[in-house]
Write a protein that binds this ligand. Structure first.
Ligand code: 13P
Length: 253
């Protein structure tokens, strides 16, 4: 078993309520339980904006971190009805932020908008979880690599701090479908992403690359054998403390 730091990041999406603090609490306690506290892991829960401040205040001594799931691209305040900026999210207790999720790209979020969101979030000292991934049509047309390259080049900049960006590779066809990539394909894709990223940043440091899409407590055993992966972005299974904890437990089995 590897000794590298591994990320287990929950993306609650538009689910959850104040009473679901019990999920956060259980995961927080688990993270520091005698058997798992020594594991080199980072657990982050990205919850809906309205829950951030409440959860942050209630959690007390935290062994996990909170994250947001998106922000407006404008760095300051302004006439943007219904929007929140990175600064507001930071003051609500979020330390991480998911940007470029395919569910937002599909609503029309462009590369340049995502780039502005990244700039604004980095400025507010967030760690950015930058999502990329090909659609089923892209995959069928064998365009996976060119799409990933375009997504990376379209929104990342060599001026960005490499250490403040985590890439989450989430093939759109694997989100919520119970379909996962073949192990050898996933390894190849993760290697490609790392290579492409290093080229852009002109760095020799390997970026962190996570996998997301239908991760559960059964298939995590397969993923745990892929040393190139730095962790996981977990959707529906993160809305249950048991399912999420079982993923972490099974990862370290
Ligand atoms: P699922 O784990 O529900 O497939 O969602 C993945 C995801 O979109 C995480 O950001």
């Amino acid at each position: 078993m590897t000794n590298k730091l591994k990320y287990f990041i929950g993306n609650w999406k538009m689910f959850g309520d104040f009473k679901d603090f019990k999920i956060v609490n259980k995961i927080n306690q688990f993270s520091y339980s005698p058997r798992y506290r020594s594991k080199k892991k980072k657990i982050i829960l990205c919850v809906p904006n309205v829950l951030l401040d409440n959860f942050n205040k209630k959690i007390g001594y935290n062994h996990i971190s909170l994250g947001a799931q998106n922000c407006h691209h404008y760095h300051g305040s302004g006439p943007f009805t219904g929007s929140v900026n990175a600064s507001m999210l930071k003051s609500s207790g979020a330390e991480y932020i998911i940007l470029g999720h395919s569910e937002n790209r599909s609503e029309g979020e462009s590369y340049s908008i995502i780039k502005k969101k990244i700039i604004s979030s980095l400025d507010k000292k967030f760690i950015v979880i930058f999502c990329i991934g090909e659609s089923l049509a892209d995959k069928r047309a064998k365009k996976t690599y060119s799409v990933l390259r375009e997504q990376i080049n379209g929104s990342l900049d060599k001026k960005f701090d490499v250490n403040k960006i985590i890439i989450a590779y989430e093939p759109v066809w694997s989100i919520g479908t119970n379909k996962i990539p073949k192990t050898h394909e996933l390894i190849k894709t993760v290697k490609f992403i790392k290579k492409e990223y290093k080229k852009i940043f002109k760095t020799k440091i390997d970026p962190k690359v996570l996998y997301g899409g239908s991760v559960n407590n059964k298939n995590i055993g397969l993923f745990s054998q892929i040393d190139e992966l730095d962790g996981f972005l977990i959707g529906s299974a993160s809305q249950s403390s048991k399912k999420f904890i079982d993923i972490v437990k099974n990862y370290y089995k």
